[in-house]
Design a protein around this ligand. Structure first.
Ligand SMILES: [Zn+2]
Length: 334
C-alpha cells in the first residue's frame, strides 16, 4: 500500500486543534481552507476534500453552527464593547442582516481614539476589522458608517440596540453585574461612546449619559447604583414621558466614577483627572462599608494626612502620611 503523505496527518492534527480551540471560545474564527492549504501545501479545494475524508469538515460545520448561538466568554474587553455598542445603537443580529454590525452616522464614531479602541476590540473579539464607508449627501455633507461583517461571530453579540438591550443583557451578559471590574468597563465603554462632560467655573462638575429608552434608563440607573453611585438622576424630555439622560452631579459620585474609569479621548481624560482631584467635604463623605474588600485611591497629601476613597464602596478614610506613603506605592492610582 502506498505511503500516505505525512502532511495529511499534520493537516488533520492542526485542523482538529483549531476546531477545539474555536469550540472553547479561544479563537474567534476557524482557519479557512485557504489558510490551512497554504500551511500544508494544498489548494483550498483539495484541503476541503482532505478534511471531509477525515470527518473534520463536518465537525467544523457543526462547531460553527453551535457557536453562533453561544455567547462570548466574559472578559473586560467584551464588557467595554457591550457598553460602547449600547450607546451608539449598534444593531448586531438585527432582523434584516443578522450577520452584520452596522454603526451609523455621527453617533457611530464618537472620537477617533475611542473608535480606534473599538476597532481593536472588534478585531480581537469578532475576528474582523471594521470598515468605514463614507456617504456623500446631496447637500455636500458626508456621514460615516462603520461596518463589522462576520457571519460567524457578530450574531454571538446579540442585539445591543437600546430598545432590545435589556433582553439581550439578561440572556447573555448577566456576568457584567457579577464583578465590579466588568461593571465599570461597561460604564467606561458607554462613557467613551456618548457622555457629556460639563463644568461651570472650573468646578460644579457633571456627567450626562444620553438615553432614549425607558427600560434601558432604568437598567442603567440600577447598574450605576450597584457600583456604588448614590444618586444617578434620570431626566425626561420636558412634558414628555420619553427619557433623555442620566446625570451625575454630586462630587462624591463623580469622584467614584472617575477613579474607576479612564478615557482614550484627551478632553474627557482631562475632565476625569479633575474629578479625581476633588476634595470632598466631611458632609459629602461616606463611611467605608464593612463587608468590602477595599481598594484605596489616595489623594495628594493634605497636611499630615491623606484622604482616600475606596474604588469599590466609595467609602472615605484618612491615612497618616507616614502610613500613606507606603500605601501610595503599593496601591495603583489610575
Ligand atoms: Zn470599600
Amino acid at each position: 500500500m502506498k505511503d500516505r503523505d505525512p502532511r495529511i496527518s499534520e493537516l488533520e492534527q492542526y485542523a482538529k486543534t483549531d476546531v477545539d480551540a474555536y469550540k472553547k471560545g479561544d479563537k474567534p474564527t476557524l482557519a479557512t481552507h485557504k489558510e490551512l492549504g497554504l500551511l500544508f501545501g494544498y489548494s483550498p479545494s483539495h484541503t476541503g476534500i482532505l478534511l471531509h475524508q477525515a470527518g473534520i469538515r463536518k465537525e467544523r460545520q457543526g462547531a460553527r453552527f453551535l457557536l453562533e448561538k453561544l455567547p462570548f466568554p466574559p472578559s473586560q474587553e467584551l464588557a467595554w464593547t457591550v457598553g460602547y455598542l449600547s450607546a451608539i445603537g449598534g444593531t448586531a443580529a438585527g432582523r434584516e442582516k443578522p450577520t452584520q454590525l452596522k454603526i451609523t452616522a455621527k453617533a457611530a464614531c464618537p472620537k477617533i481614539p475611542a473608535r480606534n479602541k473599538f476597532e481593536q476590540m472588534a478585531k480581537t473579539l469578532l475576528g474582523t476589522t471594521p470598515t468605514i464607508t463614507r456617504h456623500a449627501h446631496s447637500d455636500g455633507r458626508t456621514s460615516e458608517v462603520l461596518f463589522v461583517n462576520n457571519k460567524n461571530t457578530v450574531p454571538r453579540l446579540g442585539n445591543l440596540s437600546e430598545k432590545d438591550f435589556v433582553n439581550t443583557f439578561n440572556e447573555r451578559y448577566k456576568w457584567i453585574k457579577q464583578d465590579a471590574l466588568y461593571g465599570w468597563r461597561f460604564v467606561e465603554g458607554r462613557f467613551e461612546a456618548s457622555a457629556n462632560c460639563e463644568s461651570r467655573n472650573n468646578h460644579e462638575y457633571g456627567i450626562r449619559f444620553s438615553v432614549n429608552d425607558t427600560e434601558f434608563l432604568n437598567f442603567l440607573v440600577d447598574h450605576l447604583k450597584s457600583l456604588g453611585i448614590l444618586k444617578p438622576r434620570p431626566y425626561f424630555i420636558h412634558n414628555h414621558q420619553a427619557p433623555h439622560a442620566i446625570g451625575i452631579f454630586n462630587d462624591r459620585d463623580l469622584k467614584l466614577l472617575a477613579i474607576n474609569i479612564s478615557s482614550t479621548d484627551e478632553g474627557k481624560e482631562n475632565f476625569l483627572a479633575n474629578l479625581r482631584k476633588i476634595q470632598l467635604t466631611d458632609r459629602q463623605k461616606t463611611p467605608p462599608q464593612k463587608d468590602c474588600k477595599h481598594r484605596w485611591f489616595i489623594d495628594e497629601p493634605n497636611g499630615p494626612t491623606s484622604d482616600a476613597m475606596c474604588k469599590n464602596c466609595g467609602g472615605e478614610k484618612s491615612f497618616r502620611n507616614s502610613e500613606g506613603s507606603v500605601f501610595n506605592y503599593s496601591l495603583t492610582n489610575k
